[in-house]
Write a protein that binds this ligand. Structure first.
Ligand code: SAH
Ligand code: SF4
Length: 384
């Protein structure tokens, strides 16, 4: 989890975290065969579903507002719906896709929400306050199959995809936990999982996030981060106008192959071609994320290769000091090395920021989520 500001040295908030007792009673009901998860529906789908129940069409919009404007967690709260309709909803639908299991707050205000899903698996979402912004980092899968060597989620392996309801409910639950005057302003798919590997559920969730009757976020305030699964990337560009962040992390195949196994399927030449052809809305740029790993990809010569690689692409670069965790086998470079790397990029007129990690005291860094609950501690990872 990172804040997009210039690096100012060591984190100002290395300090301890404290626990906020979980307030969630386990109120979740099990989904029975004939029940639907209501938050899996986009508005047009909800309209069709409501019509099927022989309810009047405006009910769908009314329901959507209850779900995404009022963030109701029980049908009893929907007093504007008739009692008979509420009874049908109660028996035929599942309103809450997840429950809050725990919440931790770092000294810098970053808050990690641990959610339990119906099948007992855990996912996390992280809120990063940076007033007036409040960015929520979302998970799209439980674990991840792509096994990037430096990523804690990657070391856990893949458990399952999240459903649309489980993605949007992260937003609803965190929003309802905040004081009324605090609004989540930005959403980033940078939590657990590879969002484009779960394309349908993620894009359907984004449709609900963008819907003016739903969560009503501007497309400028939603960012999807991906390693670059090329077929899905092409579809995304054609279908949704959200911001795109590509996890690059190396400017040559030899190193990217080692860090990110997916590079053997979609090597840099193909990825860059897909980025060049990406249907980018006017004035938007693709963000390239580059995790700086000491002695692996942090040399000045590698920065020059990165400049060459990004030539001709509307790009900006986010340099991310590796967020260290036990037995990772990697370290973040020195401050001096990171600044030297950045200097090469900025001298070539590339916008390049070094991001300061947030929530490091509570393991809230991207790729480090929900590790303890779903699994064992990741095994030591061999350094490449
Ligand atoms: N799967 C997607 C989104 C989730 S990871 C992706 O890989 O883009 C979000 C970002 O966190 C990625 O850029 C990822 O490479 C980075 N990341 C993972 N582990 C990290 C770590 N230990 N330190 C710094 N960045 C990390
Ligand atoms: Fe998966 Fe992203 Fe981690 Fe790679 S960096 S293992 S794609 S979550």
């Amino acid at each position: 989890m990172y804040k997009s500001i210039r690096h100012t040295g060591e984190s100002r908030y290395p300090g301890p975290f404290f626990w906020i007792p979980a307030f969630a009673g386990m109120t979740m009901r099990w989904l029975s065969m004939n029940q639907v998860r209501i938050k899996n529906f986009t508005l047009p789908q909800l309209e069709a579903w409501v019509e099927n129940l022989a309810e009047r069409p405006f009910r769908a919009r009314q329901l959507f507002r209850q779900l995404y404007v009022r963030h109701v967690t029980s049908w009893d709260e929907c007093s504007d719906l008739s009692k008979s309709f509420r009874n049908r909803l109660e028996s035929g639908t599942l309103l809450n896709a997840l429950e809050l299991a725990d919440k931790r707050q770092d000294a810098d205000g970053t808050t990690k929400y641990l959610f339990v899903l119906q099948d007992g698996l855990h996912i996390e979402a992280v809120l990063i306050p940076d007033p007036p912004r409040h960015t929520l980092c979302l998970s799209s899968q439980v674990g991840c199959a792509l096994g990037c060597r430096f990523c804690r989620t990657g070391a856990l392996g893949f458990q399952r995809h999240l459903q649309t309801a489980e993605i949007v409910d992260q937003v609803c639950r965190v929003q309802s936990d905040l004081a009324p005057e605090v609004r989540i302003s930005n959403l980033v798919f940078m939590g657990m999982g590879e969002p484009l590997a779960n394309y349908d559920a993620v894009t359907q969730a984004i449709a609900i996030m963008l819907d003016a009757n739903g969560l009503a976020f501007s497309h400028r305030r939603i960012t999807l981060s991906t390693v670059g699964l090329i077929p899905q990337l092409r579809r995304l560009g054609a279908e949704l106008p959200v911001n795109l962040a590509i996890s690059l992390h190396a400017a040559e195949d030899r190193i990217r192959d080692q860090l990110m196994p997916i590079n053997r399927t979609y090597p840099l030449r193909e990825l860059m071609e897909a980025c060049r052809n990406y249907l980018l809305p006017a004035r938007k740029r693709i963000t390239f994320e580059y995790v700086l790993l000491e002695g692996v990809n942090d040399r000045v010569s590698q920065a020059h290769k990165l400049v060459k690689l990004l030539h001709g692409i509307r790009a900006k670069v986010n340099l991310i000091p590796f967020n260290e965790y036990p037995n990772s086998g990697y370290r973040k470079p020195s401050e001096e090395q990171m600044l030297a790397f950045q200097e090469v990029l900025t001298s070539a007129h590339l916008t390049a920021t070094i991001r300061r990690s947030r929530g490091s005291g509570i393991n809230a860094a991207c790729g480090q989520l929900a590790a303890q609950r779903n699994h064992k501690t990741p095994a030591p990872v061999k350094r490449v």
